[in-house]
Write a protein that binds this ligand. Structure first.
Ligand code: 5GP
Length: 125
């Protein structure tokens, strides 16, 4: 079910549990501010989720409240993961579903990286 991007942070969400080590993930990157791991239900040959370690519900919440260091870390990590996976030459897509109309399901900001095949039109018409 889609979540409201303005809701308060819920510490029991699935990505908070992954960050606390309560649930496993297939990690692809970690630093002080960022964790990235493979999506459990991949929609493309490469489907990675990049998340801040801080408690941010959505892109809206993160862009409003995160420190400069956290914002830089998320952006740099996303680019580095794509480069190191060799995705730049053929291209990749970033997606951050935010709130109800976007169908955001997990109430902890995550940026999807999709790659590995032609990804089709940006949105279904
Ligand atoms: P959203 O629709 O919120 O943008 O995307 C949520 C994503 O989280 C989906 O692509 C879904 O497959 C992924 N996901 C949900 N639960 C888990 C989990 O427990 N582990 C991992 N690795 N991915 C998950």
């Amino acid at each position: 079910m889609a979540i409201d991007a303005t809701q308060p942070y819920d510490d029991s969400n699935i990505f908070a549990r992954i960050l606390r080590g309560e649930l496993p993930c297939r990690k692809v990157f970690e630093d002080e501010h960022v964790l990235a791991f493979e999506d459990i239900n991949p929609l493309a040959p490469t489907h990675v989720l990049v998340i801040p370690k801080g408690a941010y519900v959505s892109w809206d919440d993160f862009s409003a409240r995160a420190s400069g260091a956290e914002v830089v870390a998320l952006v740099r990590a996303t680019g580095q993961i794509a480069r190191e996976a060799g995705l730049v030459e053929d291209g990749y897509r970033l997606l951050a579903n935010t709130g109800l109309n976007a169908g955001q399901e997990v109430p902890h900001l995550h940026v999807h990286i999709f790659a590995g095949r032609p990804l089709g039109p940006m949105l279904a018409r």
